[in-house]
Design a protein around this ligand. Structure first.
Ligand code: DHE
Length: 789
């Protein structure tokens, strides 16, 4: 990629020379990068890098007679240029997303205020207009004309400090990943005196300087969202000049009394430092694909945010490359993986991703029914499949195990621990659900590829497959058998992230026959959303209905499949960012986490209505949750949290315990946040929880058990391996064993992953199933069919 960058520089340089024709042949001493964006509904230029980073229609500066370069990067799909009419200078037009053009020219040799604007169509009228100020004898080079707070403001912006800290006086500095700096002047003086201080400063200013230059010298124990993370704060010694460092230290040391208005006006001098947003086609394509594969699940393909925050340019450009890269590389304790530390991205790739995030997100293509049908394959026709189980094994105690990075599932005998077969399914396989009879396993990959495995075969194998979308997370089957008909094993449904739709398929052959788009309006503000993704889907036991959770619009759709060509859909308003959930012990109520809203929505499946919205700690993530009887509050359903350290228990018995029903009656503290899954079984005396996304490697491979008899505290926690992460628990059919995955690294021999099996009575380790490739979810046939959790 280094070589490519060199090529890019040569290309850019050539581009600049080309653009120079008819303008100046002198060497430019100042460069400004502008990109296109939206602000308050208007089309605008946004400054990129240096002093103008994130500013709307920034005022550009030049000394009289100076030669400057202006680069324009297209963040959208429209046509744009930058025109300086008084000088009769303009850039060429950009038309493609990510395309850049530049122009180099010499400004007049006298003071002037010159307008620049987009000369395409009516773009200037609707907002794309700014000023180039030619003024005074402004020195070039480092910002030597800036003093005190002005210089501090510039440096804060350069360092991306607002992304992680509250800094009084600095607009937009409301970040909560690092310590709040409101009282840092006082706090710093106290800290150097405290016993647990590990740095070498002896006074407040020295402490602040040390924190900026070598942040690891002392890591503050508590940040607003949990323990502060070593490594997240980038060392700024090489980023700030001596003067900038001095200005920042002075400003912070003067807080809280010395708050000043640090509005980010461009300085009257100082060279704009171009961080550049001119990704090569190769880098752009890499970032686009990688974002889709690794990041879109949480942030959305169009980056409007859901489980993770929105990452549209209005948010990312002001944060800047440095702050974004630091977060991407190091992760956060709110669930953002540490992609750099885990070795998935190099520093260079992290920077490319940060730059990509500051551009307008490209939209991926749609997928038609015709394309789905082209991908549809039946390997074994229903007529030649076995009519009874062809195995003496207890197939209802099989575990279908996701081998995530192998694109496979392993079918493992729950009695003998033998891998009965390994079946190729979709890319980055996500979950498996069983047909109503349990004989078929339906496996969905992140690439929207659905595979159907017949568990009655002597060696279970794939009997059909189809691709229903490019990005999917959920699959379910028709389960209703009652007076309205027998729908066992009749239909399947896939829920997609992109395109945002669900697809109904024949349950025996996987022939897709109905697509329903979820593009719609948010339940609360009735605004159109282009990407409302389908999260969890669950089959009702009461009605011939699927509960389809539409994430971004906050609606739970009850899709009646009695006539699936003409399905009726009841849209229940619930809460935004619906994600995952399960039924209570009576199966009448469905509890689903609205995870960025910090709520759990309860749907009454008998009456088909919203029963309650329950407030919880940050980012509930239950998997399907855990049902058990609390000694004080009666039947409860519990969830753990990605963004907080608790297990929250919600009372679910409106008849027996009406006063408690649909209240979060208990929180039990775990040693860390980052939990994705929780599990129990009616025969067990324990509730198990993981902390797989905790940024501390030891906690990420730790599991905890809570005793149902004493749920006020955790009973026991331990690390289940010395590598990888502990993720997702599942019981065997009898409820006597718990299986937990060690999620390893596919290309590290000996550390690819395994399953650890515990005796649920004694909590002793019983066995390990070694050398599996990145096992994650495990689905016991009986428990999955019957919603036992
Ligand atoms: Fe999952 C369930 C979405 C990341 C393993 N995951 C679900 C469900 C959704 C979902 C909507 C509920 C399906 C249902 O019940 O119908 N998962 C997402 C994401 O959007 C997210 C956060 C980010 C992404 O990029 O995909 C995400 N999930 C992960 C992982 O990183 C996990 C740990 C490993 C992997 O597959 O990559 C993972 N998700 C699982 C598992 C379940 C699941 C094992 C089923 C839990 C159960 O017991 O039912």
């Amino acid at each position: 990629m280094k070589a490519l960058k060199v090529l890019l520089v040569i290309f850019l340089f050539a581009g600049i020379l080309a653009a120079c024709a008819g303008t100046s042949s002198e060497v430019s001493t100042r460069k400004y990068v502008l990109t296109t964006g939206f602000e308050g509904g208007n089309l605008v230029y946004l400054g990129v890098g240096g002093d103008i980073n994130g500013l709307v229609n920034p005022t550009l500066h030049a000394n009289p007679g100076e030669t400057i370069t202006v680069v324009l990067v297209n963040s959208g799909e429209g046509e744009h240029d930058v025109s300086f009419p008084e000088m009769k200078i303009k850039t060429k037009r950009v038309t493609e997303n990510g395309e850049s053009v530049s122009v180099t020219f010499t400004v007049p040799n006298e003071e002037a205020e010159l307008e620049y604007y987009d000369s395409v169509a009516n773009h200037a009228e609707i907002g794309m207009v700014g000023i180039l100020e030619v003024s005074g004898a402004v020195a070039s080079g480092e910002s030597i004309s800036l003093y005190g707070n002005e210089l501090a403001a510039q440096a804060f912006q350069k360092g991306g400090c607002a992304a992680c800290h509250v800094i009084p006086g600095l607009p937009g500095a409301v970040g909560n990943l690092g310590p709040d700096l409101t009282n840092i002047g006082d706090v710093a003086a106290e800290r150097v005196q405290s016993a647990d201080y590990t740095g070498s400063a002896t006074a407040a200013k020295e402490y602040i300087q040390e924190s900026l230059a070598t942040p690891s010298a002392f890591v503050v124990p508590e940040c607003p969202t949990g323990p502060c993370q070593d490594g997240l704060m980038p060392p700024l010694a090489a980023v700030f000049s001596d003067k900038e460092m001095e200005a920042v230290v002075d400003y912070l040391a003067g807080l809280p009394e010395g708050v000043a208005n640090l509005s980010l006006q461009p300085p009257s001098g100082g060279e704009a430092q171009n961080t550049g947003s001119t990704l090569s086609d190769v880098d752009f394509a890499w970032a686009k694909q990688t974002f889709f594969e690794r990041c879109a699940g949480c942030h959305g393909t169009l980056r409007k945010g859901a489980t993770g925050p929105a990452l549209t340019p209005d948010i990312t450009v002001p944060k800047g490359t440095l702050a974004l890269s630091s977060i991407i590389f190091n992760g956060t304790n709110k669930g953002m993986p540490d992609w750099g530390k885990q070795g998935f991205f190099t520093q260079e790739q992290t920077d490319i991703m940060s730059e990509f995030l500051q551009q307008e997100p490209p939209a991926p293509p749609e997928l038609s029914m015709e394309q789905m049908k082209e991908s549809w394959k039946v390997f074994v026709e229903p007529s030649v499949r076995p009519t009874s189980p062809q195995t003496s094994r207890d197939w209802e105690n099989y575990f279908v195990v996701t081998l995530r990075d192998a694109g496979q599932v392993a079918v493992i005998d729950g009695d003998t621990y033998e891998v009965v077969n390994t079946v190729n399914t979709g890319y980055a396989v996500h979950i498996t659900r069983m047909s109503a009879t349990g004989r078929y396993a339906y496996v969905i990959g992140r690439d929207g590829r659905l595979a159907m495995v017949d568990l009655w075969m002597e060696v279970p194998d794939k009997v059909a497959e189809v691709q229903t979308c490019y990005d999917a997370r959920s699959v379910e089957v028709s389960k209703y058998h009652g007076e309205k008909g027998d729908f066992s094993d009749k239909y399947a449904i896939v829920g997609c992230y992109w395109p945002p739709h669900f697809v109904i398929l024949d349950g025996q052959t996987l022939e897709p026959f109905k697509v329903v788009s979820t593009r719609s309006y948010t339940y609360d503000t009735e605004e159109y959303h282009p990407e409302p993704r389908v999260a969890a889907i669950l089959a009702s036991h009461f009605e011939p209905e699927w509960i389809v959770n539409v994430k971004e619009t906050g609606q739970v759709w009850l899709v009646n499949y009695t006539d699936p060509i003409n399905p009726t859909i009841k849209m229940i308003e619930a809460e935004r960012f619906l994600h995952d959930g399960g039924v209570d012990s009576t199966k009448r109520y469905f509890l689903v986490a609205a995870n960025q809203a910090n709520k759990v929505a309860v749907i009454d499946l008998k009456e088909g209505e919203l029963e309650a919205l329950v407030e919880t700690p940050a980012v509930p993530h239950p998997g399907r949750g855990a049902n058990w009887i609390d000694p004080e509050f009666g039947p409860v359903w519990s969830t753990t949290h990605l963004g907080d350290v608790f297990m929250t228990s919600i009372a679910t018995d409106p008849e027996g315990h009406p006063d408690n029903a649909w209240k979060a009656v208990r929180t039990t503290e775990l040693p860390g946040s980052g939990s994705l899954f929780i599990k129990t079984h009616p025969n067990s005396e324990w509730i198990w929880a993981d902390m797989v996304l905790n940024s501390d490697p030891a906690l990420s491979r730790t599991v905890c058990v809570i005793a149902k008899a004493d749920p006020s505290k955790v009973h026991k926690c331990w690390e289940i391996s010395d590598y990888g992460r502990a993720v997702h628990m599942e019981y065997n059919r009898q409820g006597t064993e718990v299986w937990i995955s060690v999620w390893g690294t596919a290309d590290v021999p000996g550390e690819t992953g395994e399953i650890v099996i515990y005796d649920d009575k004694t909590l002793e380790e019983k066995a390990r199933i070694p050398d599996l490739i990145t096992p994650t979810g495990k689905f016991n046939v009986f428990n999955t069919v019957n919603d036992v959790y």
